[in-house]
Design a protein around this ligand. Structure first.
Ligand SMILES: Cc1cc2nc3c(=O)[nH]c(=O)nc-3n(C[C@H](O)[C@H](O)[C@H](O)COP(=O)(O)O)c2cc1C
Length: 199
């Protein structure tokens, strides 16, 4: 059994929808799955100033928050983040920067890592965001598993670096959700193959 953790930050629900689809894909691939949100650090004033943000915070109040144990437990970790000026959201970065003890103990190495994102516009920095996430996976000694063009859905969704949704097109539809499910399935399948190879 492969353990898969999906860790995401989402302000207005887009990346949350992709994360749910990724969790479905990982489950379907036979993994034991934890879906975890990154704790919100924005001020209540900032959140309340955008009704769709406040609504999403309220709707996901019951979603468990990511802890370091969710990383240590996993064989596969998928990270989801909105694009923020071409980079991962600071909330997710702040969580990643609490992992130094696990990293130092070698407990983040040899896991499968993959990332997914959303941005307002098609050229708004999706790839730079996913590559920025991967910088950290390199430091952790991770096995980076991108979706590439390894499934027909990738020729529709079109991003070999990781699932990425354009918010201007509306909420994630079947192509983006299917791409997220596929990406998670592929990550779990590769983790299972690695585990088998190590036995
Ligand atoms: C501070 C900030 C920076 C952003 N930077 C970009 C950007 O560089 N390119 C882009 O297309 N969208 C940008 N966006 C839009 C977000 O990527 C978009 O709102 C997000 O993907 C929606 O995901 P969510 O619903 O999960 O929060 C930015 C939004 C904020 C608040």
């Amino acid at each position: 059994m492969v353990n898969a953790t999906i860790i995401y930050y989402s302000a207005t629900g887009t990346v949350h929808a992709l994360a749910q689809a990724a969790a479905e894909g990982a489950e379907k691939a036979g993994a034991d799955v934890r879906l975890r949100k990154i704790a919100e650090t924005a001020t209540p004033e900032a959140i309340q100033a955008r009704p769709e943000w406040a609504k999403h915070v309220e709707n996901t109040a019951d979603m468990p928050v990511a802890h370091l144990d969710d990383l240590a437990w996993a064989d596969v970790v998928l990270f989801g983040t909105p694009t923020r000026f071409g980079n991962p959201a600071s909330q997710l970065r702040a969580f990643m920067e609490t992992t130094n003890v696990l990293w130092f103990q070698g407990k983040l190495a040899n896991k499968v890592y993959s990332g997914f994102t959303a941005s307002n516009t098609p050229h708004g920095g999706q790839e730079s965001t996913l590559l920025a996430l991967a910088n950290t996976f390199y430091h952790w000694g991770g096995v980076i598993v991108p979706p590439g063009y390894t499934d027909p859905i990738q020729f529709q969704s079109g991003n070999p670096y990781g699932t990425s949704h354009v918010v201007a097109d509306g909420p994630p539809g079947e192509v983006s959700l299917q791409a997220a499910r596929y990406q998670a399935r592929r990550a779990v399948d590769i983790a299972a193959a690695l585990e088998k190879g190590n036995k």
